[in-house]
Design a protein around this ligand. Structure first.
Ligand code: PMP
Length: 420
């Protein structure tokens, strides 16, 4: 068996790409089979510290998409380095048995790191599920109430509205407040809310991705036995959250913590075990909790990616540090909008403006297409607002670097100077 360098034509994926140069220092032997003969190739691809990774981020765009969204560059590079041969296992995470010890170590670490990040107490289960947040719109009522039970929905955008509509199939939900008539620009004062004293839960969408409305604090259900439930899909792990205020939190991963295909549910354990009889097994939280999210084949690679992101967030100093960065980024963008003398406008009430999704309109709406085209030329993409609201939207999740927001702000000022 001769050792073959990674520059050989049959070398694995992990070498020079147009985006990244990975210089391999350490050799681990991976047996490869060709039609001609069996040979070994030099490949590290194990841990970051064995690699000298030179990122060429200038080859990547600043992606302001709402989700799937930009991921931290160092996480992508680490995943790339581990793609072919995870930690010397001789296979990719995509190829592993979900019941093997390697994958178990991956999912257990992902859960442990998420628990540290959010300070999740022992009496809460953490589940890695599939089907997106949309599936939770049904799973929440199916698990938390009987068919006739009353529940409250506070609707501050279209995701909350969708969750309410889905719940109608499984229980008796009521919209206790909706911002629809004002085009979803605020969160109501909690004092005036007519909460149902019998509601099994109160549902909120902590950050409305489309309208950019974010709860800065949280209402308390009127029913002492009721719980607060939050869809945190678009601000999950963007700031510290007191999990104990909630009975259940759910979040699709594809905005702040990983690729699409993983949905994380954090649920208080005493709420488990009362699912409606007709609940499909895949929607029954207790089944997933009892099986440590391994009842069936989970979205293994997605969970691995979430784990890398959690590790990265911890390395950054945890969610307090992450929140500071997010506040800084959002601050300079909102300031630029507010100081544009009306050229740009954000309709959302200042006190509840999202740190993650910044919607804005152009006074001269006819310039929208040109704004997007020019931004794209500058490698800033996916700035178009959601089709239901128009205008622009810059999603600036955890992984959007400050440099991306600074570049956008400079571009916006320049565009205004040309077109005011
Ligand atoms: N809730 C919120 C707040 C969202 O932003 C989204 C997706 N954009 C969803 C729910 C639906 O998520 P999924 O596509 O993962 O079902």
């Amino acid at each position: 068996m001769a050792a073959t360098s990674l520059n050989a034509p049959n070398a694995p994926l992990l070498q020079k790409t147009h985006q990244t140069h990975v210089f391999l220092k350490t050799i681990s032997t991976i047996p490869c089979q060709t039609s001609a003969k069996r040979f070994s190739i030099s490949c590290s691809a194990t841990t970051q510290d064995r690699l000298s990774v030179q990122s060429q981020s200038q080859d990547r765009v600043f992606n302001f998409a709402a989700g799937p969204a930009t991921l931290p560059e160092n996480v992508l590079l680490k995943a790339q380095s581990e793609l072919y041969n995870w930690h010397g296992s001789g296979m990719s995470v995509m190829e592993m048995s979900h019941r093997g010890k390697d994958f178990r170590s991956i999912i257990e670490k992902a859960e442990a790191d998420l628990r540290s990040l959010l300070n999740i107490p022992e009496n809460y289960a953490v589940l890695f599920l599939q089907g997106g947040a949309t599936t939770q719109f049904a799973a929440v009522p199916l698990n938390l109430c009987a068919p006739g039970d009353s529940v409250d929905y506070l609707v501050t955008g279209s995701w909350g509205d969708k969750a309410f509509k889905e719940a109608k199939k499984y229980c008796n939900p009521k919209v206790i407040w909706s911002g629809k008539s004002e085009n979803y620009v605020r969160v109501p004062s909690f004092d005036g809310l007519e909460l149902n004293p019998n509601a099994k839960y109160l549902h909120i969408c902590a950050n409305e991705t489309i309208y950019g409305v974010e709860f800065k604090d949280y209402p308390v259900p009127r029913n002492p036995n009721g719980v607060l439930v939050a869809d945190m899909s678009s601000n999950f792990c963007s700031k510290p959250v007191d999990v104990t205020k909630f009975g259940l939190i759910y979040a699709g991963a594809q905005k702040n913590v990983g690729p699409s295909g993983v949905c994380i549910v954090i649920v208080r354990k005493d709420l488990l075990g009362n699912a409606q009889e007709s609940t499909p097994v895949m929607l029954d939280y207790k089944i997933h909790a009892d099986n440590n999210s391994l009842y069936n084949t989970p979205p293994c690679y997605g969970i691995y990616m979430c784990g890398l992101v959690f590790e990265d967030l911890l390395k950054q100093g945890g969610l307090e540090e992450v929140e500071k960065k997010n506040q800084k980024k959002a601050g300079i963008l909102y300031n630029a909008i507010d100081e544009s003398k009306g050229f740009y406008r954000c309709p959302v009430e200042k006190s509840v403006r999202s740190l993650m999704n910044v919607p804005f309109t152009l006074e001269k709406s006819e310039l929208g297409a040109e704004f997007l085209k020019e931004a794209e030329k500058e490698k800033m993409v996916q700035l178009k607002g959601h089709r239901s609201v128009g205008g622009m939207r810059a999603s600036i999740y955890n992984a959007m670097p400050l440099a991306g927001v600074e570049k956008l702000v400079a571009f916006m000022k320049d565009f205004q100077a040309k077109h005011a």
